[in-house]
Ligand binder design. Structure first.
Ligand code: COI
Length: 354
């Protein structure tokens, strides 16, 4: 159990109006900070006013990118309770990422306590209009002032939070996706399944290319054969083909999304046919040609459920479900958001009260 020192702000900021909310631009009044060094482990947990931090220019995170982050949300429940959605999954993934990039493990209960404490102190920042939430960003950076390549001996764990609306300007309307063929995101044995900033830095070039062409995101293919579908920029991806729902299996280069896992469990509970397997981009195009590609949608914490209305692979553009929100995507969106806000009774035990 952490003994968190709390310093409250005496200059609370103006909160944005719900209709002004964009993703990740305005931060709440406070942040959680905790330090690590070898002799003391994780120590000095505190909540302080949101503020800049000071680091040496030689801090290792700036040079070799030893950092991890998570993304989760808190919701103002319909009955006024503040709810987190499956936080234990993000915490478990934190330690998996930490293991992959040699950051010390963090105690799961301590991490949950830190998140709950920050959300509680800033709970007035949680918006409650439909499609809004408080996005929570826990992250860890390597802080040794050192330029040799090795794991840092010191770290900072922080949690910041921001009220958010839809991640995409399209909201729940279908997005257009560019199938990337020049660059790859991850390879087997790499860090693709770790939630580390470098994965996202490596994705920006392709994302910019897609944007210039009028597409919202890229769909990544596997880094070896360049034919198996992996994931979309900030989401996992699902295809409904001839009544069966397929999502790429986790091969080590795909992020194990919490929303992805929740959607699979939900579909199973509904008795839908859902399979995790490798699927090629050609199979998807063939299904489209045969008229059996019914729906495509992405899943993610930030994006929630995002239907895909258009795919472009090597200049071959296909439209899915008439560029409309599919019945399945809508049902999943309504159920997931209903569970998250407590509007739907949580039979799964996924929500955790702050
Ligand atoms: C999330 O969905 O929480 C993510 O981490 C995606 C983020 C890069 C916007």
């Amino acid at each position: 159990m952490l003994n968190i020192q709390i310093e409250k702000t005496n200059q609370p900021k103006q909160k944005p109006e719900p209709e002004e909310l964009v993703f990740g631009a305005v931060f709440t009044d406070h942040m959680f900070v905790m330090d690590y060094e070898i002799s003391q482990g994780w120590h000095n947990p505190k909540i302080v006013p949101y503020q800049p931090i000071t680091l040496e220019p030689s801090a290792m995170v700036f040079h070799y990118g030893q950092e991890m982050f998570e993304g989760m949300k808190a919701y103002k429940g319909v009955d006024g309770r503040v709810l987190l959605f499956r936080p234990e999954k993000n915490i478990e993934r934190t330690n998996k990422t930490n293991d992959r990039i040699c950051i010390p493990q963090i105690d799961e209960d301590d991490m949950l306590q830190a998140i709950k404490a920050l959300v509680d102190i800033d709970k007035d920042w949680i918006p409650n209009a439909g499609g809004t939430a408080l996005y929570i960003r826990p992250f860890i950076i390597a802080t040794d002032p050192y330029l040799g390549v090795r794991p840092s001996n010191t770290y900072k764990f922080m949690v910041i939070a921001c009220p958010v609306g839809a991640y995409y300007k399209e909201g729940i309307n279908p997005v257009k996706i560019w199938v990337e063929t020049e660059y790859v995101r991850a390879v087997p044995g790499g860090v693709g399944e770790a939630k580390t900033g470098g994965n996202y830095a490596a994705s920006i070039k392709a994302q910019m290319k897609a944007k210039e062409r009028g597409y919202t995101q890229v769909l990544w293919l596997d880094g070896v054969e360049r034919k198996y579908v992996e994931e979309v920029g900030t989401m996992n991806v699902f295809f409904k083909i001839n009544g069966e729902i397929i999502t790429p299996e986790l091969t080590g280069s795909i992020l194990a999304g919490v929303t992805r896992n929740s959607v699979i469990e939900l579909l199973n509970a509904w008795g839908e046919r859902v399979v995790e397997r490798r699927i090629t981009i050609d199979e998807i195009y063939e299904a489209h040609k045969a008229g059996i590609l019914e729906e495509v949608f992405g899943t993610g914490t930030a994006a929630v459920i995002s239907p895909v209305g258009e795919l472009n692979y090597r200049g071959d553009m296909i439209t899915i479900n008439n560029n409309e929100i599919g019945a399945l995507s809508q049902k999943i969106y309504d159920t997931i958001t209903g569970l998250q806000t407590g509007a739907i009774k949580d039979e799964f035990g996924w929500t955790v009260e702050v």
